[in-house]
Design a binder for this molecule. Sequence first.
Ligand code: NDP
Length: 330
Amino acid sequence: QVTSFAEDRYERMQYRRSGRSGLRLPAISLGAWETFGGYRGEEVARACLYRAFDLGITHFDLANNYGRPAGNAEKVVGKILRDMPRDELIISTKAGYYMWPGPYGDGLSKKYLVASLDQSLKRLGLEYVDIFYAHRPDPETPLEETMAALDLIVKQGKALYIGVSNFTGAQFEEAVAITKQMGLAPITIHQPYYNMLGRGPEHNLFDHTLRAGSGVITFSPLAQGLLSTKYLGDNIPSDSRAAEWWDKQHAERMLTPEKLEQIRGLNKIAQERGQSLAQMALAWNLRHKAVTSVLIGASKVEQIEENVAALKNLEFSEDELKAIDKISPV
Ligand code: NDP
């Protein structure tokens, strides 16, 4: 039985075309990595997915290896999706990182991609996903094989669109050329890491995706929660990712004094704009013409509400952009 959702949900969100494709995505999308089926269970996941959909977030992102144990995120989210209207949702998953032992459980071979997606569909309880990604580059597999495998998956109806993630501009360019030469399904979307503390794609990716007409959905737009005020106090909050998911060494690597200083500076600019830092970070990602959607994570419903409210102010003055560049140079 499908749950009922807010009738005005599509008025609450902006939808943006993924490159030159027919697919429109919500400006804000929601991912499950580490949170759902990881340090948050089914109850929180359900509350977050329902609230997100009520606010017009139609796109949920997964991967074969998300959750603990790997695959648990797809199981948890899949169970919730059974109560949601499938045709109003864009569900993505990926393969490319280690999933099972032996030569066929990692990388981008045809064998791994096809087998992994079949497993994902079972865990999700779906007949198809909307987007299937090559999760990361695999220099040992010919890109022709990978792109042909993605095309096969589309022809079989197991995915509607294909994407690549974590590819450099050069790798992306090569993949695009192969799809053209071989007449394969086009790359509808690229999923790179991009945020105010990590601006690499401005150097080496966005020109390529714009030229190719592919969309971009940026992951970790809040730098895993660093682009908020939660780590600016004396103690790491006990309900944060740093406390719940990272070991001490990883937390120390992530939360360096230099980074916290940058975050403090950015927070001042956000306050002057009348936005929270998280809101400004999302608006800042969306300012770039290459970016279709920002792919957030959330450990509570309130974060989704706060983040969607970022859409109230997406404009930046030249002075604001310069002040941000000074703290976080391109
Ligand atoms: P974010 O940068 O959005 O970080 C999410 C975390 O930030 C939340 O779990 C929460 O942390 C905190 N947060 C969110 N909103 C707020 C707020 N308003 N105020 C304060 N804190 C907030 O993204 P993720 O790193 O989680 O990645 C998002 C998605 O991107 C993943 O779920 C996955 O789908 C995708 N991804 C893809 C990768 C790839 O290789 N393709 C790699 C990584 C992610 P807390 O838990 O501390 O409350």
